[in-house]
Design a protein around this ligand. Structure first.
Ligand SMILES: [Zn+2]
Length: 341
């Protein structure tokens, strides 16, 4: 039963020179590609589900796909996480659906309101043995319902939007969160930077000083691989100037700093779209979905495998499993009640 919270993962990731990849799941091919990549690289995994994914795929289907993954690969530590939960109601629903980790994102609210909604979500989640990620600061870009600032606006006023280290410790103390999504210069979507991509490493250092031991989370951290952007543009797509966070900067953030979780969604979408476009353009007579979804799945798996080395989480599955066993195999109460009975 290797479905667990992120705690055993972050215990080892913080100061351990690696981060756990949190990949967004929307359909079967994407899920399979991510899971097979983690199995091949013996890497822990956070499967993220957004409100949009719940709506698109139907939670019941997603849930059974995740159960299938857990059965296929009992050797891989997996957490199921709600990405950008916007209400305590949704947090409750996800806990009942068996999520082991939830995000409550109150970052668009005024500070005091963010504190309150986050503290409420933590109370509900902790009572069920589920961990909570919250967000402080402002990210650029657009992701589903989460609309941030344009790359230009964001870069111009970046200091104003980065997570304030002093506010972070106040927030941490008053909410009792388990991890914090921080604004350190990353952006959602495929158009993250107008100019040179740069993460605010000094801000991460300051946050680690004011909030020692608090696992930090990087959103908007896809690297937007140019090979896929080129395929998209070559085969009839139109994504000029798509730009992400360079992998060497992500690698530095996870190896030298307290970043324990890195969110990847755009890169999955991009790999899938690029491959499907390539098949459609080069084999116009093709109409068997397996023959374009199959190559898309392969491309995602290959890309995720490379990513797991960037995050340095490859080969860390065993150590996390052992640590989880040492902690007494804690599970959210949902599992204690239903699955273990
Ligand atoms: Zn995000």
């Amino acid at each position: 039963m290797p479905l667990m919270t992120t705690k055993p993962m972050f215990d080892l990731a913080y100061g351990g020179g690696f981060a756990v990849g949190a990949f967004n799941v929307n359909n079967m091919e994407i899920s399979q590609a991510i899971i097979e990549a983690c199995a091949a690289e013996k890497s822990p995994l956070i499967l993220q589900i957004s409100k949009g994914a719940r709506k698109y795929a139907n939670m019941r289907y997603l849930k059974h796909m995740i159960d299938a993954a857990v059965e296929e690969h009992p050797e891989i530590p997996i957490a199921i996480h709600l990405d950008h939960g916007d209400t305590v109601e949704l947090v409750k629903t996800c806990i009942n659906d068996g999520f082991t980790s939830v995000m409550i994102d109150g970052s668009h609210h005024p500070y005091e309101e963010n504190v309150h909604v986050t503290a409420d979500a933590v109370k509900v989640a902790h009572a069920a043995g589920v961990v909570v990620e919250a967000e402080l600061g402002m990210l650029g870009g657009i992701e589903e319902d989460v609309v941030g600032l344009s790359a230009e606006e964001y870069e111009k006023n970046i200091e104003k939007f980065l997570t304030d280290p002093k506010q972070a410790i106040d927030f941490y103390k008053r909410t009792n969160i388990d991890s914090l999504a921080v604004a350190i210069g990353t952006s959602h979507g495929a158009y993250k930077f107008k100019h040179e991509a740069k993460l605010a490493f000094n801000r991460i250092e300051e946050l680690m000083k004011t909030c020692p031991g608090l696992p930090l989370v990087m959103h908007g951290s896809s690297s937007v691989p140019q090979e896929f952007v080129e395929l998209v543009n070559q085969y009839g797509g139109k994504m000029p100037n798509a730009k992400g966070v360079p992998e060497d900067q992500i690698s530095m953030a996870v190896r030298n700093y307290g970043v324990c979780k890195v969110n990847i969604d755009t890169d999955l979408r991009l790999a899938m779209t690029a491959k499907i476009r390539e098949v459609f353009a080069t084999k116009p007579a093709e109409f068997d979905p397996r023959n374009y979804l199959g190559p898309a799945r392969e491309a995602i798996q290959k890309m995720v495998q490379r990513k797991l080395h960037v995050l340095n989480s490859a080969g860390k599955a065993d150590a996390i499993m052992k640590h989880w066993e040492k902690l007494g195999k804690p599970l959210p109460s949902f599992y204690n009640k239903t699955k273990a009975a």
